[in-house]
Write a protein that binds this ligand. Sequence first.
Ligand code: PGA
Length: 273
Amino acid sequence: MRKPFIAGNWKMHKTINEATDYGELFVQKLKDEQVDFSKVDVALFVPYIHMSALKVIFLLRGIDVGAQNMFYEEKGAFTGEISPTMLSDLGIERVIIGHSERRKYFGETSAACAKKLNAAYTHDIKPVLCVGEDLKDREAGRHKDAVRTMLLESFEGIHAEEAEFAAVAYEPLWAIGTGKTATPEQAEEMTALIRSVLAEKYGSAVADNIIIQYGGSVNEENIAELMAKEDIDGALVGGASLDAAKFAKIVAFDDSVRKDSLKQVSVKNILKK
Ligand code: PGA
């Protein structure tokens, strides 16, 4: 059974004081919302310089701190980069790989993502690989091909056990930071496609275990209908994760709709055995 995974991506926001104030408030808000951590995994992907302080605030609170990017080499003359060794040395257990903003502004390729996925696995840092089509591809009806290609290139040379260790976030570029969310049906169509591409490559036993998130203008109002979809296992939240109270509400989404889809998944798995 796949455990829901709700993550925030702060991107390049907040000073250290704002980050620590948020951290304390977020712990309180999750308590107020009575979040049950046995039912949901929670992570915040923050700028590197805030990771240590937030690790201390979140210690034993059930909230993981993750990095928004990393390089794949262990060390060397790579000015400005952060290595997987440095992250695991800090106790960081999660990293985003191939976010569309990294691909767009910093030229990150799917081939580099494959190296990063491998490095993350080697260092026991759980990756979230981001894939998603742009508006041009969507309007031309090429969105499925675009995502399939991105996915296969990013998982090139990645073994099943490494793939199973990863999560995938489907983030259509036209929905990121635009306030225009994909409809639950569009999101489900694409997350189901991602699972089927992974099943072709790794077999359905592996693909059924991989967490697939949706990302793109997720907020406290649309989270429940997205999470009700069978192949959507979580969300990667940008803008709405910058506000501790709002993000706590997203984490505390009403999972009663979800329960049915979890039941369906487990029944499906039982039938397969
Ligand atoms: P958004 O960003 O929620 O602000 O659309 C999502 C993301 O880029 O991960």
